[in-house]
Structure formats: C-alpha cells, structure tokens
Write a protein that binds this ligand. Structure first.
Ligand code: ATP
Length: 535
C-alpha cells in the first residue's frame, strides 16, 4: 500500500481535494469531492444508525452490565467561553512549538526527531520531522551541513538512535529540519490549539469566544436538558456528530491531522460503581465496529494507556489505532479514543474548574485562594427515581474522528490486482474494496450496448434503484472499462442489461470483489442490492 497512490486516486476520482486549491491551498484544510462526500456521509450515518437509531434499549448487549438508552444532540460550534475554562481547554489545551529563525517554519516540539552525527571534527544533532523517511532526511541534512557528497556518506559517524528533540537540552548544536546553520530553532513555546473568534461588533476581551476543539462539551452542558425533556433514565449515552477545530501546529499526513475536522462522540453517563464495566464494554464494542466494516485485524490495535499517561481521575483510556501507510512499519495512528472521564466534566461545570493534579479533586484556586474559573452553579447530579439515590454520574467517552475514519477506510480499501479482461488477457486494476454500507455508489447500471432497447430498460432499473440508493448510470464505452471505473470508485455491484434481458427479463449482477456474475430477474434487483449491502 503506497500512500502516494492513494492520495493520487483520491484527487483523480474526486474523494478529496485540497481546500482553496486554485489559490495555492490552505494548510490543514481539506474538501470532500463528489465521491468523498458520499463516503463520509455514509460513515457518519452508519455510526449514527449503529450507535443511536438501531440501538436496542430493551435487551442487554453482550458485555454490557444491563440494558441502556441512546439518544442524540446537535449543539453549536461556538459555546459560552466559560465552558472552555471549566473544561480545562483554556488552560491546558496546548502544544509546545519551536520556530526556525532561518526558514521561518514552525514545528511541534515533540514531532521533531534527530540523531547525533560527527564529521570533520564537529558533532551536531541533525533533525527531521518524525515519520517514515526521517532517517533519510537526517542524512541529507547532515551531508549538506558538512558539505559532503552522497558517495562520502560513510564519513558521517552516527552516534545512537534517533530521539525526539524534547530530550535535547542544548539548542546550539541542533540543525533544524530544513535549516543550513546550527542553533536556529527557538526554545519551545506554548501554543493554545483553540481558534479564537469575536462575537458581535465591538470586539473587546469580553466578546472573545472560541471555535470548539471537541463536540463533547456541548453534550455535558446539555445533560440536564436532555434528562428534563425526555423520560430517559441512566445508563444513557448521548451522541453528537459535528465539526471541531484545532489550530494544529503541524497539520500533515493528508487528512489525518487537519485544522477543521469532524468528530463522532458519545458521552455515556452511568453509575460510578458500574463505570469500569461500561468502559470495557465501549472499548470492545467500538473496536468491533471498525472490524465489522472491513478493517482487518492485522491493521488495527487497541492500545491501553499506561498509568503514567492517564489523567489521575481516569480509570482507563484506550486508543483504537490503525496502521496508516504513511507511518513506519509497526507504528499506528489514533482513530478513536475511549476514555473513562470519571465525574470530572459534570463536576467542573457544576462547581468550577477542577484541579487535575490534586487528589481528591478540588476546585482550582488562583493566587488569592479564590476559585480560578467558576462553574455554572447548576445541579448536574442525577437522582435515580427507583432507588432514590442521588449521584454525579461517571462518563465513558468513545470519541472518533470521521475524517480519520474515512482515511483509514480509504487506505484499507485500496487494492491493486490483476484480472482477465473479456478476451482473457490479464489487466491490472485498481479497486477500492469499501464495505457496501459505506461505499459512495451502491450500484451502477449499464446497458451492454446502446441499442435494442437496452438503454431504456437500464434507465428504468436505475430510476427504481435511485429511490433507495445512490446509483450511477453509464452507457459510454466498452463495458469492461465501465466496470473498471466503478471498481476504482468502490461501487460494490454493477448491473448489466444485455441481449438475454430482452428475452427473459434477467440481468447480470457483478460483484466488485469476487468478480462473480449471476443472473437475477430485473424485478428482484432492488431487494438483492438491499440484502447484499446490509448483509
Ligand atoms: P492526537 O493525539 O492525534 O492529536 P487526540 O488524542 O488529541 O489526537 P482526541 O482529543 O482524543 O484526539 O480527539 C478524538 C478524535 O478526534 C481522535 O481520535 C481523532 O480521530 C479526531 N481528531 C483529533 N484531532 C484531529 C485532527 N487534528 N484532525 C483530524 N482528526 C482529529
């Protein structure tokens, strides 16, 4: 799997375009083309359907302690600024960055790796941006710095493995990833990832707000509204899909790290005594969801955070990670995080920003001993009407990225193989083996030739299917080429009207992956496609 081929197919076939491309693009922003928009919509709809709409709240799912309810919300992108103070994003949501004074480039401190190297009696720390070609990039940097040719690369004496720039104290000996001289990287500086914006015309400090960096907070602050306006009891999951914004310092790896992206999040509210069981349930259920949609076991891992990585209020956090092809072999990138958040968020929104470093959790105080950020003062506890017990629910948060998900499914689907053409000659083909539920186009309808009434019958079938599915009609060119175009678009089924259709009303249905062609009656097409999509 070569990332360059995947990126080029995405552009060529209209899955993804760089945002504002005709103006040279804008870093960290991506547009979904005609096929991409359908893929991402299908992914979000599949998630919503599986997690919210089709959720059976009357039975106990395997691994769950008891039956539970699910519902949804759609909250605003700009929220009351106090929310980000109480959630911790205002104080804590930052990365460290370094600037290069020579090239004016900016990097995330923890995303620069380097290696000590000596030549011509001088030892320097040659660096590159972390990634699969970093060693080659470091070598290139070192050769340039020491004014050596490639054939003399043995003159470079490397000392130790590549390590992160964060472990280096002396900046003077560091050669920045694209710099020619030493010591041009600044000391790391904190950089808040939230995009600020201004509400209204006056634009003073009081009017400053932020684009949300996650959808979760909109759910926490509506927890009481949902309970008061419905008859739901806990355990209850509230789901939301929506845009989030993070001013990432080094957006890269295609859509993996973007500045504008979509999240699919669930905040699952439960009794504290059951929270550990629910955490395990959601972790396993979410992992299975990716597998059910076609991600192979070999490319997926569940990584439990080590105790040092955990916030101390958290009993557990696990990441579902995918072996993206732009990462070095054996490395994985996060698709979704499942976090046990305890009662941290609800308590912070009740009483004020909690101090994450003290135990038990206390409200964070400023230098004068006053609460640093005041909460809403509203009661966000829950009273169980059967047991009369009152408690602050614990929360399990499965938080997935729709764009990272779409990218993983695109990478997983990309396949090159060889198949015989109509004359039996082997032809290479590119096929996107997307699961039928998320494939942009579900079926294509072709007349074998453009005569004898075949286009008319094909159009009737096409219009009938269109009522339920996104389908495509194509009568141009050789049928083999039409098949191959649909293979590249990931269309799972092609329906062809041929001479036999005129005699007995049957059509062929071709399976993208097995290439098997079977004959079914034209009246059955809708049911067969429906059944094959939904399994
Ligand atoms: P990372 O460590 O990669 O920056 P994160 O741990 O900060 O990610 P979360 O805050 O847990 O991410 O967000 C939940 C999900 O949102 C992630 O698993 C990912 O799928 C998605 N996501 C987060 N940041 C981005 C981004 N910059 N671009 C695209 N998707 C993102």
């Amino acid at each position: 799997m070569d990332m360059e081929n995947i990126v080029s197919l995405c552009k060529r076939r209209g899955f993804l375009f760089q945002s504002s491309e005709i103006y040279g693009g804008i870093n960290g922003f991506w547009d979904y083309g005609p096929l991409g928009v359908e893929l991402k919509r299908n992914l979000k709809e599949t998630w919503w359907r599986d997690m919210v709409l089709c959720h059976d709240d009357m039975s106990t799912l395997p691994g769950a302690p008891e039956p539970f309810s699910m519902t949804g919300l759609d909250t605003t992108i700009i929220l009351h600024p106090q929310i980000w103070k109480c959630s911790g994003h205002f104080d804590l949501f930052h990365d460290y960055m370094v600037d290069c004074r020579e090239t004016n480039k900016r990097y995330r401190h923890d995303q620069i790796n380097g290696r000590w190297v000596e030549a011509k009696g001088q030892k320097i720390f040659a660096t590159a941006q972390a990634g699969d070609t970093e060693l080659a990039a470091m070598e290139k940097q070192a050769l340039k710095f020491f004014n050596l040719r490639n054939k003399n690369k043995d003159d470079l004496k490397w000392d130790g493995d590549a390590v992160c720039l964060t472990s280096i104290d002396n900046n003077e000996l560091v050669l920045g990833p694209e710099a020619k001289t030493l010591g041009t990287l600044t000391e790391p500086r904190e950089f808040n990832l939230m995009f600020p914006t201004t509400i209204g015309a006056l634009g003073g400090e009081d009017d400053r707000a932020f684009l949300r960096p996650e959808t979760a907070q909109g759910i926490f602050v509506n927890f009481k509204n949902v309970l008061d306006s419905t008859r739901f009891r806990l355990p209850l999951g509230i789901a939301q899909i929506g845009k989030s914004f993070r001013n990432e310092i080094t957006p890269r790896n295609f859509t993996f790290r973007s500045r504008e992206f979509e999240q699919m999040e669930i905040e699952f509210f439960c009794h504290p005594d059951q929270s550990q069981e629910w955490y395990k349930f959601w972790r396993d259920r979410r992992l299975q969801w990716y597998k059910d949609l076609g991600i192979s076991d070999d490319h997926l891992i569940l990584r439990e955070h080590t105790p040092e990585e955990l916030a101390h209020y958290s009993i557990g956090t696990a990441d579902i990670e995918y072996a993206f092809p732009f990462l070095p072999p054996g490395e994985y990138g996060e698709l979704e995080g499942i976090a046990h958040r305890g009662d941290f968020d609800l308590r912070s929104h009740m009483v004020g920003k909690l101090d994450e470093n003290s135990d038990p959790l206390d409200v964070q105080l400023d230098e004068d001993g006053k609460p640093k950020w005041k909460g809403s003062g509203k009661d966000l506890t829950y009273r169980d009407d059967l047991t009369n017990e009152k408690y602050t629910p614990h929360v399990i948060e499965p938080s997935a990225g729709a764009d990272r998900g779409a990218l993983a499914f695109l990478c997983e689907a990309y396949t090159e193989d060889e198949q015989p053409d109509e004359k039996g000659k082997m032809q290479s083909r590119t096929v996107m083996k997307l699961h039928p539920r998320i494939a942009p186009i579900k079926a294509a309808v072709f007349p074998l030739v453009k005569k004898d009434g075949m286009p008319e019958i094909s159009k009737e079938i096409y219009l009938d299917l269109k009522k339920n599915f996104n389908v495509f009609y194509d009568e141009k060119g050789a049928v083999g080429r039409r098949y191959r175009r649909q293979d590249e678009a990931g269309t799972p089924f092609c329906i062809t009207v041929d001479g036999q259709t005129l005699d007995d009303g049957t059509v062929t249905i071709r399976d993208r992956d097995t290439l098997e062609q079977s004959r079914i009656h034209r009246d059955e097409v809708r049911d067969v496609v429906h059944e094959r999509i939904n399994g």
